[in-house]
Design a protein around this ligand. Structure first.
Ligand SMILES: C[S@@+](CC[C@H](N)C(=O)[O-])C[C@H]1O[C@@H](n2cnc3c(N)ncnc32)[C@H](O)[C@@H]1O
Length: 404
């Protein structure tokens, strides 16, 4: 169901599976363009990049496909009400008007995430509380019962966006964040977020036509994401079909199955011809990588090595190296500067011209010790950490000071 505003009123509009509607895909800072490209591949139209979000249009099949395949999306949201509110009472009244019983059942659970900006709604928490009150009051008055709040594992997640007096309510079609791919059986101390890992690989422009190597692979996120890409495995193949849209009243099982089958048929179709390698100094963390790989059945696609990065040669031939070394935040290294210097030396001495190296770090001081000048610096966030994703092209005499 779509609810539109007409003449200032909130009006529900029934949507068939093929009707197009607006959606918002959430992502991480710096990955918006990459996600826009992925959405284009899902058949999305009128795509526009925002800040950590991409808006687009499509029908329910596009919504299913975006959820199932987009590697750089955190969630796909569907706006269902837009109206103006100049104070809390107006917000309450407008939310109360929405026919929530068409969306929710009385015995379900829900939660509201809110983001507000402007001078009217200065506390996002209170705006969410007012919205929640209006929903439960409507249920209580009409049905004598009300759905309950669950902030951990709710059946329905809503997003409340208020900019000045413009209110938008969106329903989250994904449920759990899409970085939860379902393949993590074990984690290291500092695993990289799966969406960020996929985004890093896509930012390099890798077409699965060169080898891929992560010399500090930890529990294997980057090599698993690379192997999934090389095998055309949909991003949520291992999620066990857990999506919030399946609870929607308009959910169409036949359409969902057909989208899923179409995507699953592409698995392995790429017939890639490259090596995917991971290396780590810590055997325990490598065993976790192995567990994750076994779960995905990609253990034959990825070779794992145990040792310090400087002792391990990369695969022969053209190789893309993408790595997420310790930043000194969660993994403490005695002398991080020395470690980065060693990394730079290894790039120059061991990797050579056949390799293109990309590295993400938040430690700008240690980075200066790598002794190479990056040819690209992409600002990204890893959690709350301000990071740079740096590209090094290796060639004879590439030893110049790194400047961030
Ligand atoms: C930030 S973590 C990488 C996390 C990984 N991307 C993941 O998703 O699990 C950094 C990794 O570098 C490894 N490491 C530290 N020093 C190393 C060295 N000298 N050689 C190889 N690996 C090293 C650590 O064991 C750790 O697993």
């Amino acid at each position: 169901m779509i609810i539109q505003k007409q003449n200032g009123k909130v009006v529900p509009v029934k949507s068939s599976g093929r009707e197009k509607f607006k959606m918002v895909a959430k992502t991480m800072m710096g990955l918006e363009e990459i996600l826009a490209e992925e959405l284009r591949g899902c058949g999305a139209e009128n795509i526009e990049c925002g800040s950590r979000a991409v808006t687009f249009e499509g029908d329910m099949r596009v919504l299913y496909r975006a959820n199932y395949t987009c590697r750089t999306a955190l969630a796909i949201l569907k706006p269902f009400a837009e109206f103006e509110a100049n104070n809390e009472q107006q917000l309450y009244d407008q939310v109360y008007q929405i026919r929530w019983e068409k969306i929710l059942d009385v015995d379900c659970t829900f939660m509201i995430d809110s983001v507000t900006s402007g001078d009217i709604f200065t506390h996002s928490y209170y705006a969410a509380l007012k919205t929640k009150d209006a929903i439960v009051d409507r249920f209580r008055r009409n049905f004598g019962q009300r759905p309950t709040i669950d902030t951990e594992t709710p059946d329905y997640k809503f997003n409340l966006h208020i900019r000045d007096n413009q209110v938008t309510l969106l329903i989250n079609s994904s449920g759990d964040s899409l970085h939860k791919r379902g393949y993590r059986q074990a984690v290291g101390i500092a695993p990289i977020n799966e969406v960020l890992a996929a985004g890093l690989i896509k930012l390099t422009g890798w077409k699965c036509d060169t080898n891929f190597y992560d010399p500090m692979c930890g529990s294997g996120t980057l090599v698993i994401e690379a192997a999934m890409m090389a095998n055309n495995i949909p991003a949520q193949y291992y999620r066990g079909g857990k999506f919030a849209f399946k609870r929607w009243k308009e959910f169409n099982l036949g359409e969902w199955k057909s989208v899923k089958e179409q995507e699953d048929r592409k698995i392995g179709a790429g017939d890639y011809d490259c090596e995917i390698w991971g290396n780590d100094i810590d055997m325990q963390v490598l065993q976790q990588a192995e567990k994750n790989l076994e779960f995905t059945k990609l253990h034959k696609d990825v070779m794992l090595f145990c040792g310090s990065f400087e002792d391990q040669d990369p695969p022969e031939g053209k190789t893309l190296i993408v790595t997420n070394p310790p930043y000194g935040e969660r993994i403490k290294i005695e002398d991080l500067n020395a470690m980065y210097e060693q990394l730079g030396d290894t790039f120059k001495k061991k990797y050579g011209e056949n390799c293109e190296v990309w590295l993400i770090t938040s430690d700008f001081e240690a980075m200066k010790h790598i002794g190479l000048k990056p040819s690209k610096k992409i600002p990204l966030l890893n959690g709350q950490l301000d990071c740079r994703f740096l590209k090094f092209e290796l060639y004879e005499g590439s030893k110049k000071a790194s400047k961030l």
